[in-house]
Design a protein. Structure first.
Length: 59
C-alpha cells in the first residue's frame, strides 16, 4: 500500500468516527478533574496519617 492510499483511507476512516460534542468533552474533563482532586486528597491524608504513625513508633 502506498503512502497516498494510506492517507486517503485514513481520511475516509476519520469521516466515519462519531466525535463527541463539546458538552460531552467538557463533562468528561470535569469528571476526570474531580476524580483526580479527590484521589489526591485521599493520598495526602493517608500520607499524613502514616507519616505521623511512623514518627510515633520511632520516637
Amino acid at each position: 500500500m502506498n503512502l497516498i492510499q494510506y492517507f486517503r483511507d485514513s481520511r475516509a476512516e476519520l469521516s466515519r468516527v462519531s466525535w463527541p460534542t463539546r458538552q460531552q468533552v467538557l463533562e468528561g474533563t470535569q469528571a476526570v478533574l474531580i476524580f483526580v482532586v479527590a484521589l489526591t486528597l485521599i493520598v495526602y491524608a493517608l500520607d499524613l496519617l502514616f507519616g505521623n504513625l511512623i514518627r510515633l513508633v520511632l520516637s
